[in-house]
Write a protein that binds this ligand. Structure first.
Ligand SMILES: Nc1ncnc2c1ncn2[C@@H]1O[C@H](COP(=O)(O)OP(=O)(O)OP(=O)(O)O)[C@@H](O)[C@H]1O
Ligand SMILES: [Mg+2]
Length: 258
């Protein structure tokens, strides 16, 4: 098996020297709307369609039906791939509801501290890991995405405990023999530790230039491999999905606008 897990995103694998080093955990960090979901989902979609590598996508907060419908714009038939058992999209919060659905919804709606405590009991890395392991074994999956880690880390007030929990999860996933991508929302304090614990980080940006937001990404960290360090422009568009321009720079040095 190739020692790289190719993203299949046009332009990105060449910046990564062939793809993400297999077996590691990588973070994708960025503000709202920067493209974290589309990039991480492209990793799962391309894995299943181009490389015969089944994948598990943990959808923490977004609505699954809406996601499936939005991605049809890119020609991604995620429902079909689920039926063929090439991918599993696991709505994390909903899959935890089970037979406690009614009470769980009450927990979510209440700011009562004791109820928030009960919510914490549901949303632990241990529960998350059990769900992932089960899904990985069922499909013999090679790729996992957790989109996003924010809710899970927010539920741990203690920074040391939170860091240990993330370390624990990363080690468990390494033993499952999968390549993992986790998304992180920039600006939320809890994300700050995670890139240090991960094997690599891709930072996605949205920057204003002359009244228009331009998209870009940069590979900030990738342990054990050389990689590109340029801020490269990206486009999200129909029908291609996400495309990276590996030979261009988003903000050229010396430009009076930068
Ligand atoms: N079909 C499409 N064509 C062009 N652009 C699109 C299309 N679908 C989504 N986008 C762009 O992608 C953005 C959403 O990207 P994505 O959901 O991956 O962001 P995100 O970083 O995950 O955001 P959040 O932090 O809110 O989850 C939209 O705001 C829009 O600008
Ligand atoms: Mg998202």
């Amino acid at each position: 098996m190739d020692e790289r897990s190719k993203t299949g995103v046009p332009g990105l694998d060449e910046l990564l020297n062939g793809g993400l080093p297999r077996g590691g955990t990588y973070s994708i960090l960025g503000y709202a709307g920067s493209g974290k979901t589309i990039l991480s989902l492209a990793f799962i979609y391309n894995g299943a369609v181009k490389y015969d590598e089944p994948g598990i996508y943990i959808l923490v907060e977004e609505d699954k039906e809406r996601l499936l419908s939005n991605m049809k714009d890119f020609g991604w038939d995620l429902e079909g791939l689920e039926k063929e058992k090439k991918i599993t999209i696991l709505p994390y919060i909903r899959c935890l509801m089970g037979d406690v659905e009614a009470s769980f919804e009450t927990e979510l709606m209440s700011a009562d501290p004791s109820r928030v405590e009960r919510l914490r009991e549901f949303l632990t890395v241990d529960t998350l890991y059990k769900q992932i392991k089960e899904a990985v074994e069922e499909l013999d999956a090679k790729r996992v995405v957790i989109d996003s880690m924010t809710m899970i880390t927010l539920l741990t007030d203690n920074q040391v405990s939170g860091r240990l929990q993330v370390m624990w999860l990363i080690e468990k996933l390494r033993k499952l023999d999968v390549t993992t991508v986790v998304t992180l929302e920039e600006g939320i304090s809890c994300w700050k530790d995670i890139p240090f614990l991960c094997d690599g980080m891709i930072y996605m940006m949205l920057k204003e230039r002359e009244g228009i937001f331009e998209r870009g990404l940069v590979i900030e960290k990738m342990r054990g491999t050389s990689h590109d360090t340029g801020m490269r422009p990206i486009k999200i568009r129909t029908p291609e999905g996400i495309v990276v321009y590996p030979d261009e720079l988003i903000f050229k040095r010396g430009s009076s606008k930068d």
